[in-house]
Design a protein around this ligand. Structure first.
Ligand code: DX5
Ligand code: ZN
Length: 225
């Protein structure tokens, strides 16, 4: 069984001091830096691209750059983020014309690959590509904005995908991470873990507070219960 990982989303960080924010949250105990790339096309919002990823990479230390692509199409940006120091690249299957090809691009570069499922996207899209996945990212809000409320129906989806990934691990001896993104807080993280998640994105929960380490420690306390 893998350990729990915390992935602060810098979508809610102070963009005017991004390097410092990344350093601070890594010092505070972040395992990953969750990097939300939005293109005002696949989602109705615009954030940052591979040049910003490359610029903040030196501030991330040992934390992995967890790049969540909310863009369409995906293949050119996959290449750009491979060059920009991404460690994990996830994308939404409906944003790629050829899902297997896009996953192969990431794997061929030696990076970790994942698919992201929106709240209404069925889990069966994972079935034929499990061998190429290192992570599944389940959206617990509709993508595009930080600070939204966790959609409770996601708990059923987490259980369903947990069962799929456990069955896969049993036959293949390979563990695929199950990450949850959207509305994760100190007061619901235990319930999300109990449903089967092992990796937790949190943006506003961490960056709205003055003491990032206190929030991350409180999350780990909840996970240890
Ligand atoms: C939403 C993003 C999330 C978001 C999470 O499209 O993918 O990563 O920043 O933010 P919170 O934790 O505030 O819901
Ligand atoms: Zn995200």
């Amino acid at each position: 069984n893998p350990t729990f990982h915390i992935a602060p989303s810098i979508l809610s960080a102070d963009f005017a001091r991004l390097g410092e924010e990344v350093s601070r949250v890594v010092q505070a105990g972040a395992d990953y830096i969750h990097f939300d790339v939005m293109d005002n096309h696949y989602v109705p919002n615009l954030t940052f691209g591979s040049m910003v990823c490359q610029a903040i990479k030196p501030y991330a230390g040992n934390a992995l750059m967890d790049v969540h692509l909310m863009v369409e199409p995906v293949d050119d940006l996959i290449q750009a983020f491979i060059g920009a120091g991404a460690d994990i690249i996830t994308f939404h299957p409906e944003a790629s014309r050829h899902i297997d090809r896009s996953l192969s691009l990431i794997k061929a570069a030696g990076k970790r690959a994942g698919l992201v499922l929106n709240p209404a996207t069925p889990a069966y899209v994972l079935e034929n590509v499990l061998d190429k996945l290192d992570m599944v990212l389940l959206m617990s809000v509709n993508p595009g904005f930080g600070g939204q409320s966790f959609i409770p129906q996601t708990l059923n989806k987490i259980k369903q995908v947990r069962a799929m990934l456990d069955a896969y691990a049993q036959h293949n001896g390979r563990h695929i991470r199950l990450e949850v993104d959207g509305g994760v807080k100190v007061d619901n993280i235990a319930q999300i873990a109990a449903a089967g998640a092992d990796t937790f994105v949190a943006g506003s929960a961490i960056f709205s507070q003055p003491d990032y380490a206190a929030v991350i420690a409180a999350m780990r306390d909840e996970l240890a219960k």
